[in-house]
Structures are given as structure tokens and as C-alpha cells.
Write a protein that binds this ligand. Structure first.
Ligand code: G16
Length: 539
């Protein structure tokens, strides 16, 4: 029953910020998934006695890829697979399953917030036994193996029925199909005070949660509507669809447009939130009010005492370098550890495992904590609802009070998309070479305090990672440049801008960041090099 199939390598199977992400049509090429999976199995080595999680966000091609992975795992000697019913699992729920079952890792089939469908993107995230995505040292080895692959092993059997809960067997491997929602719900009940949130809804509090036709619909309906008592219909776009109903499942001001329009209208409910394709990202809105992910991280951290799981204290907090410095001020006030890591959730894992941090987050709409090793969209929403329930204040009041206490980091991200890789790489290389000459210079009214690449030294494993270029100014403002690692073709230049203010707290970010944007465009010569006058996406 076990077949060995001859194959030839693909040269583009290098994982990015979070797993392998490619156009669906690329992944659908013969042996593409098989080559990648066999390379992972070869990298891990002996699979006897090993257990892995498998699931996905339900996007186009999940159903085909998952069957291939199951049959290959069996042929390669994996002892057990735990699979979300019908092949579904959110990224945070997957991380939880890995930790709870002490599994050796897992495969979440998702290109996260990237669009799905035959003309969209597909992806595979590979987590190791930490429940977090495998570190670069491992993904580099996997990439080397993809370049030399000659054959793969697969069980030649019919597809498995993934709808039936319980145990089955395939080619000597045990398969356990689980309800992907219930364990996750239990974990959330252990972290938060559900009764407090129930009271909030019982008193007429209203919310809209946009699941963007992606994986969190069933989780959100169970938690917010069925358990916590939010009005039926509070969760919209709740049925996961293979092409996300044409939506770009990225919970930001641009792509979660319907939610944003509602929240900025007179019909706005008290609270609005959205999650992305695989349920790890979140956006938080109040009535006519948007909370930046960087502020959200700072506010959650400042209010940890309202959450039963954290009430006795938290270890520390971390953010990616591109995220605003807002949470740093909170860490200082609470006298807790504070870390800055490269972009990529995997960099938080060692900090959590070594109990250096409890909470972490990124500007890219991700917040989470050490209950799992991925960011967690629904967790962030429950955290916000808990603060609202405990304080009786609105999202806007909570945020403005935070700014009054700590000052405000005006913050925006500008994405220049669809640049050729060559142009983008040259722009970054030339900019990096120019950085030393900027130190001490005045640009557009801003005096440069330090201009240097961001280099992270992991305090646990000693590894060193360079990610992005940072220009810090004397007044606390910053520009960060980096290239995205989650696109499926070409390059996206991300420019992150921050300006710190203690007096003018209620201005429009665009206006506050206008000068620094001009400086950022000039310093990197963005228009002459890319032909772009403006960013394609602003969040
Ligand atoms: C992934 C990573 C995040 C990262 C984000 C954006 O998120 O897990 O840590 O911030 O990509 O990466 P980039 O700026 O390189 O595109 P997700 O939600 O896509 O898995």
C-alpha cells in the first residue's frame, strides 16, 4: 500500500514569515505539496511514536492537500494524527491542541490573511512541539531538503472521511478526528471571567464580530452568541467559505470595510471586531473609533489585572520591532520585562517558554499570550470585552484614558505592493548602506538619533536575526522599513511610522505623521525607485 514516487525539486519552497505561502495554482502543480511535506518529514527524521495535528482554515485546496498530508504521514511512519473535523482548525486552536496533547508539531493549511480561491493564495504553516512555528534554523534545513528531493512516500488508499468524530486507522497510523471548537472554548473559559462578560451582554451591550467568511465563524458563534449571550446575528460572515466569499480576510481598516462602515455610522453597536482567515489576527473598534494594534497591545497589558488568569501578575511583554513603542511605556510603569523581536510570532516562543513574557503583540493586528504559542484573535476580543465589563467604559474612553496616562504614539503603516523583488532588494540594500551617514542629521525637521538595522539576539538560544531598518529621531519618532515575508509573489515594502505626543492626543494620525512620511519617502527614495507616489494600502 505504501508507494514511493519519484519527483524533481521545485526551487521556490522557502518558508517566509509564517510558513510557505504561494498562489494556489503554484501549490496545485504536480507533487508540489508532496515535495514540501516529504522535505519536512525528512528534516524531522524518525517519525515513529510521533503525533501531529492537521487542519486548516477551509480555504480552496485545503480538502485536497489535507488528504495528501494524511496519506504521506502514514507512509512515513507517523504514529498518530489529530485532525480537526472536516479538516478545520484555527491557528490558535491548533497551537492549543499541540500543547494539550503534547504532540510533536502540526500543519495548519492556511495563507492566513491572504485571499483564497483558485486565483488566491494557499499556505502551510509548520509548528513544532512548542506549539509555535518552527524557528528559522529548522525551516532553513527544510528548504535545503526541498532543493534535493528525489522521491516521496504516500499510502495508496482512498480519501479518509474527515466528518466522523473519533478514531480510525490508516496504513497502521492512528487518526483521531476532534471537534476543533470545544477544547478551545474550554481554554478561553479558564482564562477569562465569562460570567462578567455575560452580564455585560445581559445589560444590553451590543457587538458585531466579522468572521470574514473564514475559520473563526463557528468559534465566535459558540462563544459570543451561544455562551456569552450576544444577540443572535452579532457574528456575521460566520460560515467558512473556500474563497472567503471573495473577501480579503485581513481584519484591517481597508479589507474589513463593511464592519468599519457600520462602526463609523450612527447605527454602530458598542463594540466591533474582526478576525482573519485562520483566526490569529484581530481588529478592535468602538463606536466611531479604531484602536491601532500597537495601542491595543499596550492597553491589554496595562489592564491585565482584570483577567483571572493574569490577576496575580504577568512575566513581561514583547512586541515586534516594527510595532509602536506604546507598550514599552506600560512595561516600564508596571516594572515588568520588555522585549523587542523581529517580525514573526515564532520569535516570541522562546520568550514565553522561558517565562520571560506572558503577553505579546504586533502591529500587524496580532495579539496573544502564553496560553498558546500563536497569536489569538478571539482571545484579544474576549480581553477587550473583559476590560469593558470590569470598567464600565467604552472602547474610546478606555483608549483615551490610556493616552492621557502614557502619551500617544501616533502610528500608521504604509505598504507599497507589487514591487519587483530586484527593485525592493536594491532599495533596502542601498538604504542600509546609507544609514550610518544619517546619524545626527536633520531631515525634514527631524534630527536622527540612531539609524541602524534591527538585529535581534535571542536571549534563550543565542541566535541572531536581522529584520528591517530603523531610523529613530531625537523626539521619539521612528521610521521602520522592511520587506514583507508573507506575500505570494513580488515584494511589498512596508514603512512603519510613529510619532510620540503627550499634549496633542486627539489629532488625526494622517496629519500628525505627514512630515515624517515625507521624510520616509525621501530617505528611501521610494518614488524614484518604485514609481509609486503613494502607498497601496495604509493601515
Ligand atoms: C504572520 C506572522 C506575524 C507577522 C505577519 C506579517 O502573520 O505570524 O508574526 O507579523 O505575518 O508579516 P510580514 O510583515 O512579513 O508580511 P499571519 O497572520 O500572516 O500568519
Amino acid at each position: 500500500m505504501i508507494k514511493t514516487v519519484q519527483t524533481t525539486p521545485y526551487d521556490d519552497q522557502k518558508m517566509g514569515t509564517a510558513g510557505l505561502r504561494r498562489k494556489s495554482k503554484i501549490v496545485m502543480q504536480p507533487h508540489y505539496v508532496e515535495n514540501f511535506m516529504q522535505s519536512i518529514f525528512n528534516t524531522i527524521g524518525d517519525l515513529k511514536g510521533k503525533t501531529f495535528l492537521v487542519g486548516g482554515d477551509g480555504r480552496f485546496y485545503n480538502d485536497v492537500a489535507i488528504q495528501k498530508i494524511i496519506k504521506m504521514a502514514a507512509a512515513n511512519g507517523v504514529s498518530k494524527l489529530i485532525i480537526g473535523q472536516n479538516g478545520f482548525i484555527s491557528t490558535p486552536a491548533g497551537s492549543h491542541v499541540i500543547l494539550k496533547h503534547k504532540a510533536d508539531g502540526g500543519f495548519v493549511l492556511s495563507a492566513s490573511h491572504n485571499p483564497g480561491g483558485e486565483n488566491g493564495d494557499f499556505g502551510i504553516k509548520y509548528a513544532n512541539e512548542t506549539g509555535g512555528q518552527a524557528p528559522s534554523a529548522i525551516t532553513d534545513k527544510i528548504y535545503q531538503n526541498t532543493k534535493n528531493i528525489k522521491e516521496y512516500k504516500i499510502c495508496d488508499v482512498p480519501d479518509i472521511d474527515l466528518s466522523k468524530l473519533g478514531k480510525q486507522e490508516l496504513c497502521g497510523m492512528e487518526i483521531e478526528i476532534i471537534d476543533p471548537v470545544s477544547d478551545y472554548v474550554n481554554m478561553m473559559q479558564e482564562i477569562f471571567d465569562f460570567n462578567a462578560i455575560k452580564k455585560l451582554f445581559a445589560n444590553g451591550f451590543t457587538m458585531r464580530f466579522d468572521a470574514m467568511n473564514a475559520v473563526t465563524g463557528p468559534y465566535a458563534q459558540r462563544i459570543f452568541e451561544e455562551i456569552l449571550g450576544a444577540k443572535k446575528g452579532s457574528v456575521v460572515n460566520a460560515a467558512p467559505l473556500p474563497d472567503f466569499g471573495g473577501l480579503h480576510p485581513d481584519p484591517n481598516l481597508v479589507y474589513a470595510k463593511d464592519l468599519v462602515d457600520l462602526m463609523f455610522s450612527d447605527k454602530a453597536p458598542d463594540f466591533g471586531a474582526a478576525n482573519d482567515g485562520d483566526g490569529d489576527r484581530n481588529m478592535i473598534l468602538g463606536k466611531k473609533f479604531f484602536v491601532t494594534p500597537s495601542d491595543s497591545l499596550a492597553i491589554l497589558t496595562d489592564n491585565y489585572k482584570y483577567i483571572p488568569a493574569y490577576k496575580d501578575g504577568i512575566y513581561g511583554v514583547a512586541k515586534s520591532a516594527a510595532t509602536s513603542t506604546a507598550v514599552g511605556r506600560v512595561a516600564k510603569a508596571h516594572n515588568i520585562g520588555y522585549y523587542e523581536v523581529p517580525t514573526g510570532w515564532k520569535y516570541f516562543v522562546n520568550l514565553m517558554d522561558s517565562k520571560r513574557i506572558t503577553i505579546c503583540g504586533e502591529e500587524s493586528f496580532g495579539t496573544g499570550a502564553s496560553h498558546i504559542r500563536e497569536k489569538d484573535g478571539i482571545w484579544a476580543v474576549l480581553f477587550w470585552l473583559s476590560i469593558i465589563a470590569a470598567t464600565g467604559k467604552s472602547v474610546e474612553e478606555i483608549t483615551i484614558e490610556h493616552w492621557k496616562k502614557y502619551g500617544r504614539s501616533y502610528y500608521m503603516r504604509f505598504d507599497f505592493e507589487g514591487i519587483s523583488t530586484e527593485t525592493a532588494d536594491k532599495l533596502m540594500a542601498d538604504l542600509e548602506a546609507k544609514l550610518p551617514s544619517l546619524n545626527g542629521k536633520e531631515i525634514n525637521g527631524f534630527t536622527v538619533e540612531k539609524a541602524a538595522p534591527f538585529v535581534y539576539q535571542d536571549p534563550v538560544d543565542g541566535s541572531s536575526t536581522k529584520n528591517g531598518l530603523v531610523i529613530s529621531f531625537k523626539d521619539g519618532s521612528r521610521i521602520v522599513y522592511r520587506l514583507s515575508g508573507t506575500g505570494s509573489s513580488g515584494a511589498t515594502l512596508r514603512v512603519y511610522l510613529e510619532k510620540y505626543e503627550t499634549e496633542k492626543l486627539l489629532e488625526k494620525p494622517q496629519g500628525m505623521l505627514e512630515d515624517i512620511l515625507k521624510a520616509a519617502m525621501d530617505i528611501a527614495e521610494i518614488t524614484p525607485r518604485t514609481g509609486k507616489q503613494h502607498a497601496d494600502v495604509i493601515t
